[in-house]
Design a protein around this ligand. Sequence first.
Ligand SMILES: [Zn+2]
Length: 151
Amino acid sequence: MEDQRDEELEGINEDYGLVPIDEEILTWAKNACRDIYDFLPMFFDIKIVMAKLEKGTLGKFRSETESSPIVILCPKNIKKSVKEQRVSMELAVLTTVYHEIGHAFYKLCINSEVDVPADEEDFAEEFARSIWESGCLSYETTELLSKIIPD
Ligand SMILES: [Zn+2]
């Protein structure tokens, strides 16, 4: 699996350009990963990488890494957003990581042939909002989860 990840990292570097790790962002991102693990233990091995993303894009889920998700964060865009939206670094990073893992979860559902809502972007946003605001998974996500992992 590490080999596969090295390949992904090379791909990300080619596609976007990796940038040095921002320690403050990484710390918050790790907190987000811990929260996710509490709810969705299948995501025990989330890899956070930092790269230069297009304007306005704070994060990206690396497609086809849902079994072992890679989340790309853009430190420059995150800092810009924190400043412009006047939100905390914690909010910006946690909601971004949650959102990107929402995409990974959506893909897992599709892979398990579980019916998902049509709009993936809305799903990821709702997934993130629910964890951030209420500290738990939305009803919808919990239902889907029960279909992926039967009791
Ligand atoms: Zn998204």
